[in-house]
Design a protein around this ligand. Sequence first.
Ligand SMILES: [Zn+2]
Ligand SMILES: [Zn+2]
Length: 314
Amino acid sequence: MQALVFDGELRLADVPTPRPEKDEALVRVLSAGVCNTDLEILKGYMGFKGIPGHEFVGIVEECANEHLRGKRVVGEINCVCHRCEYCQLEMPHHCLNRSVLGIQNRNGAFAEYLTLPEENLHLAPPSVRDDVAVFTEPVAAAFRITEQLTITASDRVIVLGDGKLGQLAAQVMWLYTKQVTCVGHHAWKLELLKNLNIGTALSTDPVESGVDIVVEATGSYEGLRRALELVRPEGTVILKTTVAQPTALELSMPVINEVRIVGSRCGPFRPALEALALGNVEVRPMITETYPLKDGVFALHRAGEDVMKVVIHV
Ligand SMILES: [Zn+2]
Ligand SMILES: [Zn+2]
């Protein structure tokens, strides 16, 4: 099969089609989304070598469960052991023996085929088009915040970052409180949220501080610093982005203000699929470019430029 392979450099290659192991399914990839994590991997994040890509929709070609065969699915990316202490504590995302699709010890979705445990797969509702379904994983990541925090209509929320994850976080937060402002550098990106009646501000605009929740989705030192300035005492800062570069930060202010800093990673697929099916989260305007797999190297290069979502059609 054809796949994008990263081994210090990204290239299109012919590689063996993967064989599903016991309890795994072979999935023929239809479309895959490019995420900032993929771009970080190309800079050395996680030291990953292999086929990147973790946001996909595909058709189950082979698996033991006949109810899944031939079905259109999306898939959770953490493959877990069910035996370690974190699995036993029902924290499988933190499984000590996990592999993660296209990120850690498991080949990913920028390929004609991938394998995942059957238990990771969710049927894609027929109303959710392929290019919308590829957003399930990042929308789920935005919903993770709602598992970690109780958000009410009286909460004031600032989302820092107008990129893909920031926009999805702003849209999901907006389902819980209308007092959401997304702060970013790019007027044209913020326009997408304005069209949904979600509050926006340019990074250079003054914004009111003392908010209950700040979601940091810029992945930059500057974003972290600003988040700690904007949050109220005993408020919460959610850290949403992973970056290859280490950051150093002055941490006396969050101590004095007793700020809760919460790391936030993968989230629940069910509410994400429901939000996409109902149109409660609007993702199609975020797709700015699509490419065939054979142009995948260029697609990932483009994803690092001034664009929003790049989707690869396999
Ligand atoms: Zn991602
Ligand atoms: Zn485990």
